[in-house]
Design a protein around this ligand. Structure first.
Ligand code: UD1
Ligand code: CA
Length: 458
């Protein structure tokens, strides 16, 4: 059975008050429409058609990674009109499922259930019972409980407005039947629009029984019309993700203060303190502890590694049992072996740090290979950039770099070498020896500090 999915995304989104088309606004770091297209993909559609309008080519251009057919609806003349525009591209499909570009939290399981419920008939609609149904189309049933039609808020009679069961808009229909019904809908209604919902009455008239099912949770059917609703759905999605993590064995200090704007894989007994932001692909092995106020983007941390408060870790790989922070910054291609310690105000970029090495205070290490059990003293700088090119610093195992050393790359510090504090090292420091560059200390016995003279003294 070939499933075609149509995503309606042509709405203006005026209430967003934005230059960006509504469906491109990010939810959990990803455009609203991308959430919907991921859902379509999860359902294994044979074809996905997206009806777009407002914002023009910006929408298809930004979604270029997705394999779908883009259908422009230049003038928004209603949901039925939108579906009509796309139907010519769906002629070899058996069934059509309609989704919405601004309703991002719909679960694939809910849609699968809708499709199963409607398997034996030609039309299935997803409905929901809302405490306040204002604004939604209402589902009108007959005395025996069969759906007879759907009526929009603007067209409803008083008794119909009291109906709590609403049309969510999501529906599955037989493709040929849908073509048929669409050809017969008009726009003589309060909004002068071609309503997709009118196919319900037409279906009933052609003897088709309408199947209905409901979502697991109500957030699945909520749409985004303004930035307030966007924020509500953001919290809703983050809550879902936080709960999934906690169920998977992760301790969260506060599930409301974690933001996952990408994918997080976390092992057993990972713990995450408040105000942590996850972006891209992040993998935390068992027992990792993340302190408060950290940003982790595209990184992996090995078992038992601890990250203390206020760290920014991006594009880095850290081994087991490491201690990072507080206030450390690991930049792309920082590769830290097991038991490495990185302390406050330390920045590492494109640097390998061997097992057990320590870089604890106020240091920049860029373009470097550091061996095992090295101690990099406070204030050490790898001078990796000459204004045109980057150069490598190599530090052997067990070396000791005194505080405030400048290592002018390309340069090599041998295994077991010691570099004296304050040295500017621009040539190889031989293994096992003390190397230092330092002006001799002198004391001037007769020197006097200048003093300000009193008034009138000259
Ligand atoms: C629609 C339903 C209503 C339902 C509600 C659920 C109709 C007539 N009404 O109402 O029964 O309760 O959704 O949220 O279908 N769109 C287009 N092109 C258009 C018009 C709309 O692409 O010409 C898209 C919009 O971008 C939006 C969706 O269709 O994603 C729904 O349109 P909207 O105007 O918000 O429908 P409602 O009036 O809310
Ligand atoms: Ca409308």
């Amino acid at each position: 059975m070939k499933l075609g999915i149509l995503v309606l995304a042509a709405g203006k989104g005026k209430r967003m008050r934005s230059r960006i088309p509504k469906v491109l606004h990010p939810l959990a770091g990803k455009p609203l429409l991308a959430h919907v297209l991921d859902t379509a993909q999860a359902l294994g559609a044979a074809r996905v058609g997206v009806v777009y309008g407002h914002g023009g080519e910006l929408v298809p251009r930004q979604m270029a990674d997705y394999d779908c057919i883009w259908v422009e609806q230049a003038e928004q003349r209603g949901t039925g009109h939108a579906v009509m525009q796309a139907m010519p591209h769906m002629q070899d499909m058996a069934r059509i499922l309609v989704l919405y570009g601004d309703v991002p939290l719909m679960r694939p399981t809910t849609l699968r259930r809708l499709m199963e419920t409607a398997a034996a008939t030609d039309l299935g609609v997803l409905t929901a019972v809302l405490e306040d149904p204002t604004g939604y189309g209402r589902i009108v049933r007959d005395a025996s409980g069969r759906v007879v039609r759907s009526v929009e808020q603007q067209d409803a009679r008083l008794d119909e407005l009291r109906i709590g069961e609403v049309n969510t808009g999501f529906l599955i229909a037989d493709r040929a039947r849908l073509d048929d019904w669409l050809a017969r809908i008009g726009n003589r209604n309060a909004q002068g629009e071609y309503y997709l919902t009118d196919i319900m009455a037409l279906a009933v008239r052609t003897g088709v029984e309408i199947a209905t099912s409901q979502p697991e949770t109500l957030d699945e059917v909520y749409g985004v019309n303004d930035r307030v609703q966007l924020a509500v759905l953001e919290r809703s999605l983050q809550r879902r993700r936080a709960e999934a993590l906690m169920r998977g064995g992760v301790t969260l200090a506060d599930p409301a203060r974690l933001d996952i704007r990408g994918r997080l894989q976390a092992g057993e007994d990972v713990s995450i303190d408040v105000n942590v932001v996850i972006e891209g692909d992040v993998r935390l092995a068992a027992g990792v502890a993340i302190g408060p106020n950290c940003l982790l983007r595209d990184c992996t941390l090995g078992p038992g590694t601890q990250v203390f408060a206020n760290c920014v870790i991006e594009g880095a790989a850290v081994g087991a049992g490491a201690r990072i922070g507080p206030f450390s910054r690991l930049r792309p291609e920082a590769v830290l072996a097991d038991d490495v310690h990185v302390g406050n105000f330390v920045e590492l970029k494109k640097a390998q740090v061997g097992e057990g090495s320590k870089v604890n205070h106020l240091t920049y290490v860029g373009d470097a290979q550091i061996g095992r059990d090295v101690n990099v003293g406070a204030g050490t700088i790898t001078c990796n950039y000459d204004g045109a090119y980057k150069h490598l610093t190599v530090i052997g195992d067990d070396a000791f770099i005194g505080s405030n050393a400048s290592l002018v790359a390309p340069v090599e510090i041998g295994a077991g070498a010691t570099v004296g504090a304050g040295s500017v090292v621009s040539h190889t420091a031989p293994a096992g020896k003390l190397t230092l560059t330092r002006a001799k200390q002198a004391t001037l016995e007769h020197w006097q500090r200048p003093r300000k003279q009193g008034p009138g003294s000259g």
